[in-house]
Design a protein around this ligand. Structure first.
Ligand code: BES
Ligand code: ZN
Ligand code: MG
Length: 501
């Protein structure tokens, strides 16, 4: 989809669909909506008068224009109460526009900067959210649809979207926001592709290749193979990888802009398939386990966007890609493995493999001496039980850092909720024969004990952990900007966080 700003009068741009808006409680439309109303002989005002349209959020009127204006059709989108309007609402409006345009097979769509007028939003933020909403909603994963589907049922695509804004300053700021939104949405969609690709085609090698593909200005990559991992004593991660035919790889991305004053490490869980290992998962729990590298996918997505965003922070992206499989060579329950820093880990369940690989990834990240580490991991089913499918669990050792993450997540519409890193639960992961064990107490605070397991590996470094087991993937499609499959959760939030740090 091509997206651009135009300073032309909205009534004079030819298009298949023109989308204007109305806040609830407005009975005399003004601005662009007012102009359209006038050109259509008061049709919108009339419907408002007849109580057929209240401007409720997501409510929509659509009519043909019979040549009265250059657009073939007009849609009026309800924006709801203007006091509740925010960028996340604009993102949803973007999604509704895509749905609407797809419904009437519109190829060229014209709209306005929703919320930048009486909605009171900053035009840059409004435009960015609109672009994100459009591009995130238009995403579909088609790589595996056969020839039949491709030919006969090729899904409709909006080819071009023009945002009309007559005010010069708003148009200039809007253009900036639009570009930023597209960059971030495309990075998110890239992460989605990685998550959606079946594990047979997205093993450690392919995941590392995917990271190589996105290298932009100022970004470098270092890939370490099994031999190198042995040299570095990453024995915990190596143990997890041992059951698979596909050897592990460490991927270290670095973005070093000139004059950066802060250094941040982002670590992602990268289990390319989680069968559970010898503690094999029951069938139903295994079906979606290609998504167990969603943390790493978010890291790669972030790095795709970084050079284009002009972020002035040194950023390191780290993941250890492994496949967790059962075999005659697999690590076993009862084994004791040693992480890079010498910590011994008693393995009591091979399906709690994420924390075992992250132990080494965090040690490696810490060795870079960053100002802070943030990790993202599809770590525990317990987090889905606690917070549901839409919210990530957040824990960390620094109030300042978790607060910044919460702020960023609010702005990007990627919900997180903080859980306590309750120290007494360290009892849950005490081992009788090693420094720590990889499972907590049965049926109790599994997300917290997993985070407590990770905590010592960050040491004194400021650290935050996001358990993204729920929101990394969706089958429900509850919001238009989050279609079926991998969500790319975290990409936009991390970019926002780096802006704040
Ligand atoms: N990959 C899973 C966690 C998961 C579950 C992610 C559901 C996404 C959706 C993780 O490796 C795992 O299997 N965790 C176990 C830990 C347990 C054995 C202590 C779990 O949550 O059951
Ligand atoms: Zn597992
Ligand atoms: Mg989910």
């Amino acid at each position: 989809m091509k997206t651009e700003f135009s300073r032309q009068d909205i009534l004079s741009v030819p298009c298949d669909l023109l989308v204007v808006n109305l806040f609830s409680g407005v009975d005399k439309p003004g601005g662009a909506t007012g102009a359209v109303d006038k050109a259509l002989d008061g049709a919108i005002t009339q419907l408002i008068k007849q109580d057929k349209f209240e401007g409720k959020f997501g409510q929509c009127l659509i009519f043909p224009t019979f040549g009265k204006i250059k657009a073939k059709r007009v849609a009026v989108m309800g924006l709801g109460d203007k006091r509740n309007f925010n960028p996340d609402a604009v993102r949803k409006i973007g999604g509704h526009i895509v749905k609407l345009a797809t419904g009437v097979k519109a190829e060229k769509v014209v709209t306005i900067l929703h919320g930048a007028g009486i909605g009171g939003l900053d035009p840059r933020a409004a435009a960015q959210a609109l672009a994100e909403g459009l591009a995130l909603s238009a995403y579909r994963f088609h790589a595996y649809h056969g020839a039949l589907r491709k030919k006969d049922k090729a899904p409709h695509e909006v080819k071009s979207l023009v945002v009309c804004e007559t005010d010069g300053r708003n148009a200039r700021l809007g253009q900036e926001g639009l570009e930023r939104g597209i960059i971030l949405a495309e990075a998110t969609n890239y992460a989605r592709d990685l998550v959606n690709t079946p594990s047979a085609h997205m093993g450690p090698v392919e995941l590392a290749e995917a990271a190589k593909k996105i290298l932009g200005k100022g970004v470098s990559i270092k890939i370490m193979d099994q031999k190198e991992m042995e040299k570095r004593h990453m024995d915990a991660a190596l143990a997890v990888a041992r059951g698979s035919q596909n050897p592990p790889l460490v991927v270290h991305l670095a973005y070093k802009p000139k004059g950066a004053k802060k250094k941040i490490a982002i670590v992602g869980k990268a289990v390319t398939f989680d069968s559970g290992g010898l503690n094999i998962k029951p069938g139903d729990s295994m079906t979606t386990m290609k998504i167990d590298m969603a943390g790493a996918a978010a890291v790669v997505g972030l790095f795709k966007a970084l050079p284009e965003l002009g972020i002035n922070v040194e950023v390191h992206g780290i993941f250890i890609a492994v496949e967790n499989m059962p075999s005659g060579n697999a690590y076993r329950p009862g084994d004791v493995v040693k992480a890079m820093d010498g910590t011994t880990i008693e393995i009591l369940n091979t399906d709690a493999e994420g924390r075992v690989t992250l132990a080494d990834a965090l040690c490696y990240a810490k060795s870079l001496k960053p100002d802070a580490i943030v990790d993202l991991a599809t770590l525990t089913g317990a987090c889905v039980v606690a917070l549901g499918e839409d919210i990530a669990g957040l824990m960390g050792n620094s109030r300042k850092l978790t607060e910044k993450i919460i702020e960023a997540s609010r702005e990007t519409g990627e919900p997180v909720w903080e859980l306590p890193l309750f120290e007494p639960y360290n009892d849950h992961i005490k081992s009788k024969i090693a420094d720590i064990k990889n499972v907590g107490a049965r049926g109790q605070a599994g997300t917290i004990s997993a985070a407590l397991f990770l905590k010592p590996f960050a040491g004194d470094t400021l650290w935050a952990h996001l358990d993204i087991a729920g929101p990394s993937y969706t089958e429900k499609e509850t919001r238009p900007d989050q279609p079926y499959g991998g969500s790319g959760f975290g990409v936009r939030m991390l970019a926002k966080l780096l802006q704040k740090i």
